[in-house]
Design a protein around this ligand. Sequence first.
Ligand code: PGA
Length: 241
Amino acid sequence: MKIYKLKTEEDASKKASEIIIKTIKNKEDCVLGLATGSTPLKTYQFLIDAYKNKKIDFSKVAAVNLDEYKGLSKDDPNSYSYFMDKHLFNQINIKNTNIPDGMEKDPVKACNTYQKTLNNLGPVDLQILGIGLNGHIGFNEPGTDFNEETHLVSLSKSTISANRRFFLKEEDVPKFAYTMGIKTIMKSKTILLIATGKNKKEILKESLTGPVTTNVPASILQTHENVIVIGDSESLEWYED
Ligand code: PGA
């Protein structure tokens, strides 16, 4: 595991974008695993800047996203599909983007279809991950079997309350989501975990240095042979280079 402790969130995002850009330069048709949430926003902005400055070409890249809320359409501003279009895809020349279908009511069908897409594309070359306050990666909540592939998740209270900030009312926050499973995440050739800010400090430390347990889903990353962790002086306060 390689840990980069950068000073600020801006520095951490710049470093993350450089790793993504290098991956694409080394393999123009790479499979990039992408994440939503606040964490990767600045990283995506650096990617957009690099594209606008003609430093990077996304035309042959395939993107697969980690998760999507069940019941939200692509046009819903709170859907992850909408988020990705707005914060990245609509501003770069990517063509091949994939995300679970939140409008598919049949969970078996939704999950099988997405898993088939993931299997056809092959292992992800570089998977970007954020981390939830409860240690979730994607929407793999505490207790999720490490062998799960794409599945329907009943979101935990902690996740629902963390997501509350994006919705007008608590009742509007979706309670279910489709997520890529940990088994698929772990098949990625390289995993890039980004965590910034002091509210991620405890869970990041527990995930990287505590026991490997399904109670802390991100702890499984300790067993992956190619993980890069990027944090800032707050999230990695406890870590000495
Ligand atoms: P955040 O979410 O980037 O908004 O903190 C991360 C996550 O829940 O995985």
